[in-house]
Design a protein around this ligand. Sequence first.
Ligand code: SF4
Length: 250
Amino acid sequence: MEAVDFAREALVADGERPGAHLGATAEGPYAAAHYFAAEVPGYRGWQWCVVVAGTPESSEVTISETVLLPGDGALLAPQWVPWNRRVEAGDLGPGDLLAAPADDPRLVPAQIDTLDVDPVDRDQVGQVAAEIGLGRSRLLSFDGRADAAQRWYDGDHGPSSTMARQAKHACGTCGFYLPIAGALHGAFGVCANEYAVDGRVVSVEFGCGAHSDVREATGAGSPAYDAYDDGAVEVVPHPEPTPADASSAD
Ligand code: SF4
C-alpha cells in the first residue's frame, strides 16, 4: 500500500504522465491497486491503475499490471449494439447483402422433396410448385405475415392515414386496386394508378381522391364538398368596437 512512488515510476517508464495519486485498495494479502489521475486525450475521467504485488517473507514488490480504467463520470463509448440490431428499413443500398438469419421468425422452411419421382415428373412438380407459389426454400411464416400486415395497416397506406380519412371511396371498390394473392388477399392489394400511390401495397380500407368512381367536376361546385347555399344564411352585422373596448383590450 505504501509503494506509491514505485507504482508511479512504472507509468512514467511506460511514457505516461500520471497525475495525482487518487488512492489505493488492497487486492489481497500481497497485492494493492494504486490509482492515479490520467491526462490522456480523449479519456476524460479515466484513471491509471497500477497493481503492485509482493511475496510472503519478502519486502520486494513488483508490478503486476498497469491499466487505464474509467472513474466516476468518465466519458465512455456507447454500449455496443450488434449490426443486425442497428439496421433499419431503408438502409439497404444497391449491391448490399442482408442475409435473413437461419432462425428468422419471419420465415419457415418450404422444402419440396421430389427426389423419389421420375425426372420428368419432378420437372412437372417443380413447374406446378412455382406456379402456386411454392418451390422456394423458405416462405413467410405466420408471424412474418402478421407483422407485415400490421405494418401496412398502420402505415401511410392504411385506413388511419390522413389521405384515407379524407377520401370518400376506399381502395376495395376502386378499379385501380389489384388484390394480392394468398392469405392477405382480403385485406391488401396494390394500387395501379400512376397518379395515386402506383405500385404500393394499400389496405382495402385505404382510399384517395383518384378512386375510379370519382366523377369529373361539372362546374357546379367542388365534388369534394356539398354545395353551400348562402341564401339560407342569416347575415348578422358585427358591431364596430368602441374606443373603450379597444383600451380594455390593451
Ligand atoms: S387510386 Fe386511390 S383508391 Fe384507387 S387503388 Fe389507388 S390508392 Fe386506392
